[in-house]
Design a protein around this ligand. Structure first.
Ligand code: 5GP
Length: 187
C-alpha cells in the first residue's frame, strides 16, 4: 500500500525515505561532533521522540547512554507554558554531554523547561536535536543545534507523533486533516 493511503485524514508531508536520508545526515554530524566524548547521553522525550531516537542512534558509532523524560502540559490558561515532568530520567547527567532528542519543537516550553533542568543538574554540555521545527509557533526561544526539517504551523502525526494516541506507528510524517473528504485515500 503506498504511503499516505492508509487513512483518508492523513496527508503525507515528509515521506519515509526522506526522513531516513535526513536522519542519516544528522547522525553523521552528531557522530563527528561527539567523536572525542566518552560521556555522551541521549535523552529522549516520551513518547513522540522514540522512533526518531532509535533510528538516529542506530547510525552513531560513538558510545552513548540512553534515557527518557516524559512531560505533560498543565494546559490551562492560569499556567501557560508550565510543563510537568511525569517521568524523570534515571541516569545522572552530572558531568555528561547531553544530547536532548525531541520529535517537534512547537511553543518551545517543553524543551526550555528540560534544558533548564539539565543545566541545573550540572550536565557538562547540553545540545538539542529536533526532528521537526515549527518555528512559526515559537513562544520561547530554544537553541536547536541539530534540526531535521523546518515545517509550517500545521498539526502533524506519524513517526512517533500522535493524535489521541493514534498514528504514532505511521512510517512517515503526515498532516492530520479531520475535515478532509474521504476519497480514494480512505482505502
Ligand atoms: P512545545 O512545548 O514545544 O509547545 O510542544 C512540544 C510537544 O507538543 C511535542 O513534544 C509534541 O508532543 C506536542 N506537539 C507540538 N506540535 C505537535 C504536532 O503538530 N503534532 C503532534 N502530534 N504533537 C505536537
Amino acid at each position: 500500500m503506498p504511503e499516505g493511503k492508509r487513512n483518508g485524514h492523513v496527508r503525507t508531508l515528509i515521506p519515509h525515505d526522506e526522513l531516513q536520508r535526513r536522519i542519516t545526515e544528522l547522525a553523521v554530524e552528531i557522530d563527528r561532533d561527539y567523536a572525542a566524548s566518552d560521556r555522551l547521553i541521549a535523552v529522549g522525550v516520551l513518547k513522540g521522540s522514540v522512533f526518531f531516537l532509535v533510528d538516529l542512534l542506530k547510525h552513531l558509532t560513538v558510545p552513548v547512554e540512553i534515557d527518557f523524560f516524559q512531560t505533560s502540559s498543565y494546559g490551562n490558561s492560569t499556567s501557560p507554558g508550565e510543563v510537568r515532568i511525569k517521568k524523570d530520567i534515571d541516569i545522572s547527567v552530572r558531568g555528561k554531554d547531553v544530547l536532548l532528542i525531541e520529535d517537534i519543537v512547537d511553543t518551545g516550553f517543553t524543551l526550555a523547561t528540560i534544558l533548564d533542568l539539565l543545566r541545573f543538574r550540572k550536565a557538562r554540555s547540553v545540545r538539542l536535536c529536533a526532528l521537526l521545527d515549527k518555528s512559526g509557533a515559537r513562544e520561547i526561544d530554544v537553541p536547536i543545534d541539530y534540526r531535521g526539517f523546518e515545517i509550517e504551523n500545521l498539526f502533524v502525526v506519524g513517526y512517533g507523533l500522535d493524535f489521541n494516541e493514534k498514528f504514532r506507528n505511521l512510517p512517515y510524517i503526515g498532516v492530520w486533516e479531520p475535515d478532509a473528504p474521504l476519497g480514494d485515500e480512505s482505502k
